[in-house]
Design a binder for this molecule. Structure first.
Ligand code: KIV
Ligand code: ZN
Length: 519
């Protein structure tokens, strides 16, 4: 018998992007959407169009370009939100409007200040309004897991009658435990008379570390769509991790008996892309995509593994796209090998971009003995996502001497877009601090460094380091990134990258006006 199909609804670009500090620009969102399409997710939730003109344009761009996956946009149960989603999705091959409205008593009393009847009416009206634009309507009773079961049944029945084709049951604050959440799904199947007309979906948050467990328990109980994000990023402690759910279903198909259509060898590329663009590193011991997930350290394990790998490995690393033998690229490697590699990761480079990456690859290959995949990935990302035309400043030079016991002092030389050079010298608590103080002198902006991280992208003493800084100025916070072999210089580039982003003024006002609060 053919296993039943599970719909994978990815919300990395909406719930994932919504978490503090993860903000992505539209180019980056489009690149992630392309990678999600290669991964063959069934639905990509591309954003919340009413939230800002930038969100609207991003959803519109993704809807126009991506084929093969449905594209969803989020809306509150308000006509202006639903119209904005419909407009943003006009060019989508397969559009979906996702409407949400709180149903729990806590949210009804304190957030909405509405009674039960009013909430049901709003939900029904919103679904009927959405139906004028598209057939595929998903409704989410927000905070469903804390909603009175009888009322949840009433709401779900009413929205299905109004035309909802998917009913999504969110565990909005990650409060559920697996047995209880599974029971909720089972009871909806029994108490909602028209449940056969809609797909039951679940959307679990990870506040108590049970998002994946709750999702899997719900699937076992009959849910046939799961909402999740790459690397589990999302509000607060995040959402259920796509890669963990998909690999659990694949590895334990004997137990779950359902199958996703995910092209699992694309998992690793997607995880790396999301991690690198959001600046959210994946913990080493994270299931499936962590660096240690397939590493064997103890002698006893290594011995067993070498005799028969199944003794300590329940998944094949190639199933998630980890290459067993790394294809080492060096200065003798050609353009064709480089291009093939880049294409396999899902990047779509123009001839000009490829030429540029190839030239930088040759420079790097002269400097380094071996150029690893991560090195090349860093070059591609620098080429694709650093929009130099928007840059106000570029770094020309840093000069300083650092000595134990002496307060570091650095001179920084920047060039502004009009071609002028600006120099400043400053002291600091450390070399990086002195560089950042000198940059602040030049720009006249007193920025606050919120976070500073260096990650080795490759191996060896000549490894490329990726520096990520989170910088705040007035009420804006941005991420700055750079990759290079010289960590101090790369730190300066990352800070200049953040300053350039801060100098690009955000477009004013949300599409529909009014104050928009994320779900
Ligand atoms: O967590 C939540 O309840 C949501 C809804 C909008 C589905 O993100
Ligand atoms: Zn959510």
């Amino acid at each position: 018998m053919q296993p039943e199909k599970l719909i994978i609804f990815d919300t990395t670009l909406r719930d994932g992007e919504q978490c503090p500090g993860a903000s992505l620009n539209n180019k980056e969102k489009l690149e992630i959407a392309r990678q999600l399409a290669l991964l063959k997710v069934d639905v990509i939730e591309a954003g919340f169009p009413i939230a800002s003109p930038g969100d609207f344009q991003s959803v519109q761009q993704i809807a126009k370009e991506i084929r093969g996956s449905s594209i969803a946009g989020l809306a509150r149960a308000l006509e202006k939100d639903i119209s904005a989603v419909a407009q943003a999705l006009e060019k989508a091959e397969s559009p979906r409007i996702h409407i949400f409205l709180s149903t729990s008593k806590l949210h009804r009393d304190h957030k909405l200040q509405k009674g039960k009847e009013e909430v049901i009416q709003m939900a029904v009206d919103a679904v009927k309004f959405g139906k004028k634009f598209c057939d595929d309507i998903e409704f989410s009773p927000e905070d469903a897991s804390r909603t009175e079961p009888d009322f949840l049944t009433e709401v779900v029945t009413a929205v299905i009658d109004a035309g909802a084709t998917t009913v999504n049951i969110p565990d909005t604050v990650g409060y559920s435990v697996p047995e209880q959440f599974a029971e909720l799904i089972r009871s909806l199947k029994e108490t909602v008379p028209n449940i056969e007309k809609a797909v039951i979906s679940v959307h679990c948050h990870n506040d108590l570390g049970m998002a994946v467990a709750n999702s899997l328990a719900a699937i076992k109980a009959g849910a046939r769509q799961v909402e999740c994000t790459i690397n589990g990023i999302g509000e607060r402690a995040g959402n259920a991790a796509l890669e963990e759910i998909v690999m659990a279903l694949k590895t334990r198909n004997d137990f779950f008996g359902v199958q996703s259509g995910i092209d699992t060898p694309n998992i690793m590329a997607c995880s790396r892309l999301v991690s690198s663009l959001t600046g959210f590193f994946v913990q080493r011991n994270k299931a499936i995509v962590g660096k240690n997930a397939f590493a064997h350290e103890s002698g006893v394990h290594q011995d067993g593994f070498l005799k028969k790998k199944d003794t300590y490995e329940i998944m094949d690393p190639t199933d998630i796209g980890l290459e067993m033998s790394e294809l080492v690229m060096g200065k003798h490697s050609g353009r064709n090998a480089l291009s093939t590699k880049i294409k396999a990761w899902g990047f779509d480079l123009t001839q000009e971009e490829l030429d540029e990456v190839f030239a930088n690859f040759k420079i790097l290959a002269d400097d380094k003995k071996e150029v690893f995949d991560e090195d090349i990935m860093a070059l591609v990302q620098k080429q694709k996502f650093s929009d130099e035309s928007l840059n106000t400043y570029s770094l020309i030079k840093i000069q300083g001497s650092f000595e134990s016991g002496v307060v570091p002092e650095t001179t920084v030389l920047l060039k502004s877009r009009d071609g002028q050079e600006h120099s400043a010298t400053a002291k600091g608590d450390g070399p990086v601090d002195s560089i950042y103080n000198a940059i602040d002198h030049i720009t006249g902006m007193a920025c606050k460094l919120i976070d500073y991280q260096v990650m080795s992208k490759t191996r060896g003493k000549d490894a490329q380091g990726e520096v990520t800084v989170r910088v705040r100025h007035e009420n804006r916070e941005v991420l700055g990134k750079s990759t290079g072999v010289n960590t101090i210089e790369t730190s300066a580039h990352a800070y200049v990258n953040a300053v350039n982003k801060l100098l690009v003024k955000p477009k004013a006002g949300p599409v529909g006006g009014g104050d928009i609060q994320g779900p």
